[in-house]
Write a protein of this length. Structure first.
Length: 438
């Protein structure tokens, strides 16, 4: 479920310059879809499993159920993350695309602004059971506030604190930290003999931006004002970014090499005992792949501030996940809506989210015992009670790229031995803001 989308977020910075001429099932007529081809659908699925073939193996039998029930022939194409957005933008501009597709939920507002996706008004949502079926925080990450969603949630995730139980026991630590002060104190106890308190992906701009957002919420920073203008270098935003980068720069509870991590190496570090803590989305399957058994790690909510600064909020995760959307000019509107209804049905939500290790955004599906494991119980609670969607503004992707890159540079500065100060953080964030305003 969790994918590195560096190329995608960079490409999305140009989304608003793309004209949504027509977009679905190869149609280039009309603006609200048609039923000219009622017997066929094209579905672009994002890569969620270990490979494209793995996704085809997971999705094909489920799609066959839909085909048998409706008589509609569904052409499935699983698209890797590094080309998905380019494919969507090309389809939006050319009018040659799918009927139904998956999108990263952080793209929702940007693609909504391109006018290429079907708007999910109350009447349309009623066709799939209504908006009350979905976890509110997941639905909030489906488009700009005050507008009809551009998609509906399909798979959901949130961040949690994973920790190595043996390393905690060896250091005499009895429980996971609940505040950042405690987190740093625990990290320092764990940092010795070539091992570190926490592993971070300092070289991954998208990962950096997610943490900037969460720390920002806790400090009272939103990174955009009410009109959607960037506010990257406010004192609150500077404090948020510095607090995260300081794990390596000043607290020294993360290894210098973490400044270059950008391919999920931090998961391996936790699994192999090189680091005692990790802030991650649904890491269970990845930890297992590195040989770490469920009983060997603990899971807790991401810490909060010891005392909230003014305007700070008790948010400890961004709303992560995948949405499912319909192209506005699909040639099989009724079939596309029926397919979305099928994919978001309670049964399919249980099957698919269990397979991918994610959380169903459909509330009823969460009641299945498969989502009552230790880690998913924590993730589900965080998603429902203390998570928030990334800014639902057209330029959100530029925030991920520009702020994430600024943090990557700050990590590199720290790794090179340069001091990371409030002034140096503000300088990097001001430069990021200026780039966005060009």
């Amino acid at each position: 479920m969790r994918r590195i989308r560096l190329a995608a977020t960079a490409a999305l910075a140009t989304a608003l310059s793309v004209t949504a001429a027509a977009c679905g099932g190869g149609s280039s007529t009309g603006s609200g879809g048609s039923n000219d081809k009622p017997d066929e659908l094209t579905y672009w699925a994002s890569n969620q499993g270990t490979s494209l073939e793995h996704d085809k193996k997971v999705l094909t039998p489920e799609i066959e159920k839909f085909e048998e029930k409706t008589g509609i022939d569904v052409k499935l194409e699983v698209i890797p993350w590094d080309s998905l957005l380019d494919r969507i933008l090309a389809a939006t501009s050319s009018g040659q695309g799918p009927d139904v597709l998956n999108i990263g939920n952080t793209w929702s507002a940007s693609l909504q602004a391109s006018d290429g996706l079907l708007a999910w008004d109350d009447k349309t949502l009623d066709r799939i059971g209504g908006k009350d079926r979905f976890v509110p925080s997941a639905l909030a990450a489906a488009g700009a506030e005050g507008q009809d969603p551009a998609a509906v949630p399909l798979y959901s995730l949130s961040y949690a604190l994973y920790y190595n139980k043996q390393m905690f026991a060896d250091a005499g630590i009895e429980e996971p930290p609940a505040t950042w002060d405690d987190f740093v104190a625990v990290g320092k106890k764990l940092t010795k003999d070539g091992k570190y308190g926490v592993a971070v992906e300092g070289g991954n701009p998208v990962e950096n931006s997610h943490h900037a957002f969460v720390f920002g919420k806790q400090h009272g920073a939103d990174f955009f004002d009410a009109e959607g203008n960037p506010t990257f270098d406010t004192p609150e935003a500077v404090a948020a970014v510095k607090q995260y980068v300081d794990f390596l720069a000043n607290d020294k509870i993360a290894a210098v090499g973490n400044a270059e991590y950008a391919q999920n190496q931090s998961i391996k570090d936790l699994a192999t005992g090189k680091a005692g803590m990790l802030l991650w989305q649904a890491a269970g399957s990845s930890l297992k792949a590195h040989g770490m058994k469920p009983e060997e790690y603990g899971v807790a909510p991401v810490p909060m501030q010891s005392e909230n600064p003014p305007e700070g909020q008790n948010v400890n995760s961004m709303v992560a996940g995948i949405n499912i959307a319909v192209f506005k000019n699909t040639d099989n509107l009724d079939g596309a809506l029926d397919f979305v209804k099928f994919m978001t049905s309670t049964e399919e939500q249980q099957i698919l989210n269990e397979t991918y290790g994610s959380i169903p955004p459909v509330k009823e599906a969460q009641e299945d015992e498969a989502f009552s494991t230790t880690d998913l119980t924590v993730l589900r609670e965080v998603l429902s009670t203390s998570s928030a969607p990334l800014p639902q503004v057209p330029d959100e992707a530029q925030f991920e790229t520009l702020v994430g890159d600024a943090m990557k540079e700050l990590f590199a500065d720290a790794a090179a031995g340069d001091e990371v100060t409030t002034e140096s953080v503000q300088k990097r964030l001001t430069e990021a803001q200026q780039q966005m305003q060009k």
